[in-house]
Write a protein that binds this ligand. Structure first.
Ligand SMILES: Nc1ncnc2c1ncn2[C@@H]1O[C@H](COP(=O)(O)OP(=O)(O)O)[C@@H](O)[C@H]1O
Ligand SMILES: [Mg+2]
Length: 238
């Protein structure tokens, strides 16, 4: 079953045209990675799906329904949740309070205790305030806040950004668990290793347009694509 389909989507910030006839499709329970360098339009693509981009055109279908004219609220209620890049958690609230508040946003949320099963790191930090968590812990909490709302489609914007390698490994394990739980995932990444490790299929975009799509095993063979369209390691240094 197709969960999400974008057909010739265009997006704009004021007069600035950012996405150009972008198309993609996600099947149920797939983990799809959206790759592209900084400024390629990855975040804008996710915001186009959630309706938070100022102007969008083209067709966006979610579970067979056209959502391209739906409001941010309506789209969220339909089961699409996004974890933004700056991993917003409430700094003065505890881990448990952060989760409870997220539960209130869903008509049919998952139990708080289930999140502690998935995110054992958070179990030890129940009464800690958001502001006292490390970057990695905040990212876990941000993902848990989305997941507790029982989304059908989870959008993750650069989940590994700014995290130490050992934390990235933890996050990989946790997200591996998450995707076992009947959720379709679209994530953006600049960390190619992480994307190649976790995703099943990938889209590469450049300057707001599709340049490649295929399976992760195919992508592993394509150093040319990684070199041309992704900011890999040393290349970025200059
Ligand atoms: N709020 C905004 N207003 C105007 N331009 C923006 C805004 N957000 C992003 N852009 C521009 O849109 C393009 C795509 O950005 P973005 O989707 O954030 O790329 P990515 O997430 O791949 O780094 C960039 O040229 C960026 O400068
Ligand atoms: Mg981005």
């Amino acid at each position: 079953m197709t969960v999400l389909e974008l057909e010739d989507v265009n997006a704009y910030y004021g007069n600035s045209h950012v996405l150009f006839d972008l198309s993609m499709r996600l099947e149920q329970n797939e983990v799809v990675t959206l790759l592209g360098r900084n400024g390629a339009g990855k975040t804008t693509t996710l915001r186009t799906i959630t309706g938070t981009v100022p102007r969008r055109e083209g067709r966006i279908e979610y579970l067979g329904e056209d959502i391209s004219d739906r409001s941010v609220d309506a789209i969220s209620k339909m089961g699409i949740k996004m974890v933004v890049e700056d991993r917003r958690v409430f700094p003065t609230l505890t881990v448990v309070e952060n989760l409870q508040l997220a539960r209130d946003l869903s008509a049919d949320p998952r139990p708080v205790e289930e999140m502690f099963d998935i995110f054992p790191v958070l179990d030890d930090l129940r009464q800690n305030r958001g502001r006292n968590l490390s970057g990695g812990e905040q990212q876990m909490l941000a993902v848990a806040r989305a997941l507790i709302q029982d989304p059908d489609l989870l959008l993750l914007d650069e989940p590994t950004e700014g995290l130490a390698p050992v934390i990235v490994q933890d996050l990989r394990e946790v997200l591996g668990d998450v995707v076992e739980r009947d959720v379709t995932v679209l994530m953006t990444e600049q960390n190619v290793d992480f994307a190649l490790d976790l995703g099943e299929r990938a889209y590469i975009i450049d300057r707001g347009a599709n340049v490649w799509e295929g399976s992760i095993p195919e992508l592993r063979q394509r150093d040319d694509l990684l070199d041309e369209y992704l900011s890999v390691g040393a290349q970025e240094a200059d």
